[in-house]
Design a protein around this ligand. Sequence first.
Ligand code: CNA
Length: 394
Amino acid sequence: MGNENSTPVDEATPPSTLHGRNIEAVAQYIKERDVKNIVVMTGAGLSTSAGIPDFRSPDTGLYANLARLNLPYAEAVFDIGYFRKNPLPFYTLAHELYPGKYRPTVGHSFISLLNKKGRLLKLFTQNIDCLEQEAGVPGDKIVYAHGSFATQRCIECQTEYPDDRMKEVIQRKEVPHCIRKSCNGLVKPDIVFFGEALPEAFHRNRSLPAKADLAIIMGTSLTVQPFASLPSFVREETPRVLINYERVGGLGSRADDVLLLQDCDEGVRKFADALGWREELEQEWARTNPDKGQKKEEDTPKKTRQEKLDDEVEKLTKDIDTSLKLSGETSDRIKADLEKVTASTSPSKAATSPSPKPSDILTTPQTTTTSTTASSLNHVFPHLNEDKLEKPSL
Ligand code: CNA
């Protein structure tokens, strides 16, 4: 992250750009100045109300639950080395997370509405669920910082794989191979795995926050670099709005920062109320395939957010558990392969992820714990290690 001071600004300090440090003042600023260059930055928290668990939450996060399974370590599911040997766990997960299953949230629709009103400069998302596009945000307005399921290619010869075939293969829970018969390499969605570079689009666009007239940050812990630095490149006098359960990334330390420490959907509704856009927001959201997700919940007894996430995680872990019931022979082969992979693990990975002891691999079921690495997502994307970052030149 940038060298930004993270001390919350004194309540008595007057904002320099806004009339007040609240969402009504931000709405007033948008209207009075006819603000058109809004940059939005999002993370997993924007999609949790759609039923997609985040990765790291101690009990409901995917990693916490994957750790109970026979993977050598939970993050192996996104490890390119492991994927080459055993792509099945990833494809089981992909079957669950594949776009089209979940309904976008009101938060996603708020971003689409910003775009329809000609006020969205760019959306930077860390998410891989493509719900932004499903909500109506055009692809050219989105920077998928960690890639997405939108495209896929052979990991050997890089030949692109057709979208319709990918959908069919994932629905059948199969593993796709290169369309070039002579190659037959494994196909993988363009999601950033361990040891892979960030998409070129991220680097091309990462100076945009400095041109923004307003930044909105939603549903992210701002722990993954270099994404986490983006808000610090917003100009000092430019208002920044954080909508998140918790204060993150030094937001609140500037005079024109406005914090809505609450649910993303509630926060954007409050924002829309202040802008006088509430009805349009609800209409925008109503367009997002109401037969999926939330609609069904209206017909069934109401579950708490926690219960819904628990259900989703349990279903997912059961599916993966089933896929991973390996025969003794396969298990031995993978164990031997993994010992080789472990031996050749890159230094950044080794530094951030507890290396499984060969004797633990595929033999010792891991308990669900919040490891110390859970406080940072560097273990998810070790190549994003802060030390290795080039700062955007602004
Ligand atoms: P994170 O580190 O899990 O942080 C999520 C943040 O959102 C936390 O600060 C939570 O308190 C907050 N939060 C969770 N739910 C809500 C809510 N409903 N309203 C308000 N705040 C909420 O996730 P990040 O995105 O910061 O981490 C980056 C990783 C997670 C990226 O690489 C993603 O690819 C990855 N991820 C993506 C998805 C997805 O595509 N939907 C799901 C899980 C993980």
